[in-house]
Design a protein around this ligand. Structure first.
Ligand code: ADP
Ligand code: ASP
Ligand code: MG
Length: 374
């Protein structure tokens, strides 16, 4: 048996037929044995939230909106020339979604429980596409990944899930077959659909990797790694080639949305490295996250998070307080940005600023931070 690689493809990586072909190429060229986890196609999860809201107002409007979602996926399947292979399952998903619309309308409430079933439609559509295109084994993640009944942000039940994974997935993997399953979705012991929280597919990938004893987790997204700041927000960002589970977790929980914050816990427990790279440009490489800690005081990156009317900006690093002459608060003040420190420990320092200052403050802090790392 070769190395088992759990590869997760995010929404933009499976946005359309071209994107899915790129993912298929990555999977086929994988040196180890791939186990594939997919998110819903780009924006579908947001559309399903909209669909749930529409269902409250008018089932007719909701049906029409649902049709556009299904049609878009059918369109992708036609472009991939796999329409015949997915049409039956798409019909079932369409019907299931229709009945969720009725239930929501009937209850006059979008309960978290109903929302989770609605959410599942997105991942089930995209994973059907990817499985059919790859001619891979389709697995419903809900049959394996069991959670408590905290709908909308469920907590995995690791022992039960692990037993299910080993019993049902390992035999398929041992036959060298590629498995395609969904991220984000799971179920209770009673088979009620749950989800791990928005953006939770990364976490699913890490959980599957842990349960199967995988050798590596690859998170394929639309950026070639984790950068010193969100590339959409600051200029001159630099890739962080390597970082520890601890720092990556810190960065994610302080707002860097490149990874779901809980992702690294299973990876750390099972000591599995996590690669983050771009499915648009796999040759560009990415970031490797592992248990290795760089002990020298250093600055790593910046994360930001909206907090209602204000914005929190955090500097993430190692032993930040031991870095000589580093005083971001003074520096911001000198540049006319008012900020207050709201949290601090040895690996992070968080400032609160008003939103109108946000872009400027982030750029100033990012430049300041980089000036310490040369
Ligand atoms: P996916 O759909 O693949 O899960 P996401 O949109 O959740 O993708 O995550 C990728 C995005 O994360 C990037 O497009 C980028 O804008 C954002 N991001 C935020 N912080 C960072 C960072 N420090 N480094 C790289 N990307 C970041
Ligand atoms: N599709 C889900 C979401 O958009 C899960 C994920 O993409 O990670 O939140
Ligand atoms: Mg994501």
């Amino acid at each position: 048996l070769g190395q088992l690689i759990v590869s997760k493809f995010g929404g933009s990586s499976v946005a359309d037929a071209c994107a899915i072909k790129r993912c298929a190429k990555i999977v086929k060229e994988e040196k180890g044995q791939p186990f594939v986890v997919v998110s819903a196609t780009y924006d579908t999860t947001n559309q399903l939230e909209k669909l749930a809201q529409l269902s409250l107002e008018s089932t007719d409007d909701a049906q029409i909106y649902l049709n556009t979602i299904i049609k878009r996926h059918e369109g992708i399947s036609k472009e991939l020339e796999i329409f015949e292979n997915v049409s039956e399952s798409f019909k079932e998903l369409h019907n299931e979604a229709k009945s969720i619309i009725s239930s929501i309308n009937h209850l006059a409430k979008v309960t978290p429980r109903l929302m989770d079933v609605m959410y599942s439609i997105g991942e089930r559509l995209s994973s059907r596409l990817v499985a059919a295109y790859l001619k891979a084994e389709y697995i419903d993640a809900r049959d394996i990944l069991r959670t408590d009944d905290f709908f909308g942000a469920a907590n995995p039940m690791l022992n039960v899930s692990k037993a299910l994974a080993q019993e049902n997935l390992l035999p398929i993997i041992r036959e060298n077959k590629v498995i395609v399953t969904q991220g984000f979705i799971s179920s209770t012991i009673e088979s009620a659909t749950t989800t791990l929280g928005r953006e939770g597919s990364d976490y699913s990938a890490a959980l599957f990797a842990e349960m199967l004893g995988a050798d590596l987790i690859k998170i394929w997204t639309d950026v070639p790694g984790i950068f010193t700041c969100d590339p959409k927000v600051a200029e001159g960002v630099k890739r962080i080639p390597e970082m520890s589970y601890r720092h990556a977790t810190k960065m994610a929980s302080l707002g860097a949305k490149v990874l779901f914050p809980r992702t690294l816990a299973p990876a750390k427990r099972a000591d599995i490295k996590v690669f983050v790279g771009s499915s648009l440009a796999p040759e560009k490489g990415g970031t490797i996250i592992s248990g290795v800690e760089n002990e020298t005081p250093s600055l790593i990156g910046l994360a930001q998070e909206e907090m209602g009317e204000t914005l929190n900006i955090s500097i993430i690093g190692q032993k930040i307080n031991e870095i000589a002459d580093f005083s971001p608060l003074n520096y911001l003040d000198k540049n006319g940005v008012e900020a207050i420190e709201v949290d601090k420990d040895s690996t992070s320092s968080t400032f609160q600023i008003t939103k109108e200052n946000s872009r400027l403050a982030i750029r100033i802090l990012h430049d300041y931070m980089l000036s310490f790392s040369s």
